[in-house]
Design a protein around this ligand. Structure first.
Ligand SMILES: NC(=O)c1ccc[n+]([C@@H]2O[C@H](COP(=O)([O-])OP(=O)(O)OC[C@H]3O[C@@H](n4cnc5c(N)ncnc54)[C@H](OP(=O)(O)O)[C@@H]3O)[C@@H](O)[C@H]2O)c1
Length: 335
């Protein structure tokens, strides 16, 4: 793939936007002219791409004119307002927000799982799933193909960067304040995360958080299994980057550890760590900065021969957002 693709990155100053610029460079994506967009507060400021300074612009129809790719990571309201504008201006829009994920006319894509949904998106928009869903899908799809997935119970250990650049900065300030015996500031996060755990998403009347319900609906859409049972619990942990997940999955037939490991070793985008012992599981500190989804601690359930437990770790800013988006663009422009 060598033809230059004129590209717009929306949300370029954010946690995902910074990863997007890095991933475009790391993967050698053939970026032609690059325009970078953030809020009007940042317009006129600079970001760097491949050693070159670029000037930030506020969103406008003109920003997208003449480009072929727009990578959005500026939140759902920005995507709702400007995504269709960018598509009308001729861009393929790959959107990291939740704005279009459940739109029946918008494919929800993890390239290792459902690449067949990439060509000819009806609205010119392809949605990236939620970061927790992406890594879960990369790990479970090959096992589903082998043995038929029936029920997933997943608990997440989600990194602070998943809540954006300001949350990471606030966490650092909280740690410094606690060390100095001062009250930790709380404004972006809903409480003190230093030395603590938080469920920091909006909750629905049924007691589930928005994040948990996204994992259910998005998994069902991506796998095209509307009846799939998904039972999630999402938790924010004081880890800077890379989400971890404890996954229990039940299949339509027994699937032993060795067979599951063999399936996972062949699976695209998965790195298997089958070492057993303290500290030998995939860890967010090692996985941060990597594009693969790491799977370890594969265990046969002690009471149910049709169930397995797994430990799944992925970089939420890269595979959970930027890498997934760039992989979609790579496939789209290769077609
Ligand atoms: N963080 C993750 O791990 C992750 C993973 C998957 C998906 N996502 C999704 O990706 C999106 C961005 O997340 P993030 O974590 O990168 O957030 P973030 O660090 O808070 O960055 C938000 C970005 O959006 C820009 N922005 C805000 N209002 C804008 C406006 N009116 N017009 C144009 N740009 C505007 C900000 O620009 P300023 O600097 O000018 O404010 C900044 O560049 C969200 O929808 C999030 O749900 C995040």
């Amino acid at each position: 793939m060598t033809t230059p693709v004129d590209t717009v990155v929306v949300g370029a100053t954010g946690a995902v936007g910074a990863a997007m610029l890095q991933v475009l460079a790391d993967r050698g994506f053939p970026v032609g002219r690059l325009r970078v967009v953030a809020s009007s507060r940042s317009a006129g400021g600079k970001v760097t791409f491949r050693g070159r300074e670029l000037t930030l612009e506020a969103p406008s129809a003109e920003v997208f004119r003449g480009s072929r790719l727009a990578l959005f990571s500026a939140g759902a309201s920005v995507s709702r307002e400007w995504g269709p504008v960018a598509a009308r201006e001729g861009c393929l829009v790959v959107d990291n927000s939740s704005a279009f994920r459940m739109d029946p006319e918008v494919p929800l894509v993890v390239p290792e799982v459902n690449p067949q949904r990439i060509p000819s998106p009806p609205r010119g928009i392809i949605a990236n799933p939620n970061c927790s869903t992406i890594q879960l899908m990369v790990a479970l799809k090959p096992l589903h193909d082998a043995a038929g997935l029936e029920h997933v119970v997943v608990s997440t250990y989600q990194a602070i960067s998943g809540k954006g650049a300001r949350a990471v900065a606030e966490f650092d300030t909280q740690v410094r304040a606690l060390l100095q015996g001062e009250p930790p500031p709380v404004s972006v996060l809903p409480g003190v995360l230093a030395g603590n755990l938080l469920c920091d998403w909006k909750h629905e009347p049924n007691g589930f958080s928005e994040e948990e319900l996204k994992m259910v609906a998005e998994s069902q859409k991506i796998l095209e299994l509307p009846g799939l049972r998904v039972s999630p619990t999402c938790v924010r942990v004081p880890v800077r980057n890379a989400h971890s997940e404890s996954v229990w999955a039940r299949f339509s037939r027994p699937l032993g550890r060795e067979e599951a490991l063999a399936v996972l070793r062949r699976a695209p985008g998965v790195l298997v760590s089958d070492a057993i012992g303290p500290g030998k599981h995939p860890q967010p500190r090692e996985v941060s900065g990597q594009d693969e989804v790491f799977v370890g601690r594969v265990r046969e359930d002690l009471g149910d021969p049709q169930a397995l437990s797994l430990w799944v770790v992925g970089d939420n800013l890269r595979k959970g957002a930027a890498t997934n988006a760039v992989q979609i663009a790579e496939r789209y422009f290769q077609a």
